[in-house]
Design a protein around this ligand. Sequence first.
Ligand code: SF4
Length: 291
Amino acid sequence: MYLSNECQNICTYCGFSFTNKIPRKTLTDAEILAEIEIVKSYGYDNILLVTGEHDKLVGIDYLLHAVELVKQHFSQVSIEVQPMEQHEYELLKKAGVYAVLVYQETYHKDVYKSYHPKGKKSNFEYRLDTPDRLGKAGVYKIGLGVLLGLEDWRTDSYFNALHLDYLQKTYWQTKYSVSFPRIRPHEGDFAPKSVLSEKELLQLICAYRICFPDVELSLSSRERAQFRDIVLPYGITSMSAGSKTEPGGYSDSEALKQFEIHDDRTPAEIAAMIRSKQYEPVWKDWDAVLI
Ligand code: SF4
């Protein structure tokens, strides 16, 4: 659930980037409650709250208040917001946050700077150290990932795996998840440097599953339906469904989406697909089916 598309950063690949002239919106209490009602009606009990990165408009006070509102309706509340200080994560944990997702985007330091020229996010080290601050704050689950396509995907994924391995050994009481976002079309003309095919993404997911048997692997509705069905039995343990990538998107909004959704099946349809076992492996058909 997107709470805000306000952002002070310039990220050259993102529709919410500071210099993009788009309608900006941050949800009020009433709007958050309206969104909750709709998301709950889909049968969800876990929720991920997402914001752009804006110190003043969606800083710690706004988030603490939003978590307070949301946690009464969901068993697990996770957040994907701007990197914060350890004491802020401690407050969020106390308020009821279960997991924090923070993606490094790319581990290539020089290239990172070119994709993030302005704003707090341009500080590579501060972002890289964020999972450490989360581990020290005792947050229950940390979500990692790279934006596949910014740099050579094998190199970035390898460094992401090294980072995960280090975190598992250092903060061994914490759970971890890894996501596999591939760059999707958005406003503007951003072209991925390294194009990752579906076959390669499947290979990557299998590699993570072999290397990290207990880690949650997550695949979003950025990917098309048929691909998600095929990949599911190879290690994916968490999937979004019915996602809206704009603030207020569940009730009504004309705000700009952060990225396009490719699997637009409803949560009920995804649940039915999983229950029906239609996702069983189709080994012989891979060449014909995967793009
Ligand atoms: S990727 Fe995040 S930090 Fe960068 S512009 Fe988009 S919302 Fe802001």
